[in-house]
Design a protein around this ligand. Structure first.
Ligand code: T3D
Length: 254
């Protein structure tokens, strides 16, 4: 259900249930969690790329998974939540290539990418409210942070289907590219990130997530602590040496 491929320090992951628009099942979530955990621990993986197989990125929760009965969503969401925590806490850059529709939790997965590319023909829809559900998989957390509260209210209450260009105008997507060039561009970006100062990326990601809930004084203190850590990396030493020697740095990710 999750295809894996390695290229030059990049782990490429493809959600792979194309006949179901890559709708998410519990088994898919568990597999994705394992893959993310392994990627986190593998020093050879210095960037990740997430996309979908077939015409969709991901249609969200598989609405047929629970049959006719009343699902225990509270329990089921524990399987989602550890995936979301793994994505949010991933200490490596995550590029997301949204190749087609991203709905519900599929849209959430896309938004957890650090850099988000979309094909021209991609679309985004929160979808939750259309089936009488509240936003989950971190959508209520990440969406207002990306687009502001007013726009998040509109998107979550009305659930429109946004084109890739509309999503870009809102800041949900960084770049929109023709579908046939999407993977190539996303991979080039992921490879560039895989050559970068991995530890510094992790610390930067942490700052961007944490400072939202901190006062200015606390945010400044956290910056100082994490800068202390960045300052002790080999990559910082190499960055300054390369600057002095007027050459591009060769980062090793430590
Ligand atoms: O704890 C919990 O589990 C709760 C968590 C909830 C998280 C969520 O993600 S809630 C939101 C769930 N997702 C949705 O409500 C989206 C439902 N799908 C759609 O609205 C549309 O299919 C799309 C907008 C995604 C795409 O539309 P379109 O016109 O491009 O495709 P389609 O014809 O509607 O779908 C194609 C096939 O995929 C179709 O199957 P068929 O008829 O060819 O056999 C359709 O039923 C199937 N499909 C699409 N989405 C899902 C799905 N099958 C299962 N689950 C889906 N989510």
């Amino acid at each position: 259900m999750v295809l894996k491929e390695r290229q030059e320090g990049v782990l490429i992951l493809s959600l792979n249930r194309p006949e179901k628009l890559n709708a998410i099942t519990g088994a898919l979530l568990d597999e994705l969690y394992q893959v993310l955990k392994e990627a986190q621990e593998d020093p050879g993986v210095r960037a990740l790329l997430l996309t979908g197989a077939g015409r969709a990125f991901c249609a969200g929760q598989d609405l047929l998974e629970f049959g006719e009965g009343k699902p225990d969503y509270e329990a089921h969401l524990r399987r989602y939540n550890r995936v979301v925590e793994a994505l949010a806490g991933l200490e490596k850059p995550l590029v997301v290539a949204v190749n087609g529709v991203a709905a519900g939790a599929g849209m959430s997965l896309a938004l957890w990418g650090d850099l988000r590319l979309a094909a021209l023909e991609a679309s985004f829809t929160p979808a939750f409210v259309r089936i009488g559900l509240v936003p989950d998989s971190g959508m209520s957390f990440i969406l207002p942070r990306l687009v502001g509260l007013a726009k998040a209210q509109e998107l979550l209450l009305l659930s429109p289907r946004l084109s890739a260009e509309e999503a870009q105008a809102l800041g949900l997507v960084h770049r929109v590219v023709p579908g046939e060039r999407l993977l190539e561009e996303a991979l080039a970006l992921a490879k560039e990130l895989a050559q970068g100062p991995t530890r510094t990326y992790a610390l930067t990601k942490k700052l961007l997530l944490e400072t939202y809930r901190l006062s200015l004084t606390e945010a400044l203190a956290l910056e100082a602590i994490l800068q202390g850590e960045a300052g002790r990396t080999q990559d910082h030493e190499e960055g300054v040496r390369a600057f002095r020697e007027k050459r591009p740095p060769r980062f090793v990710g430590r």
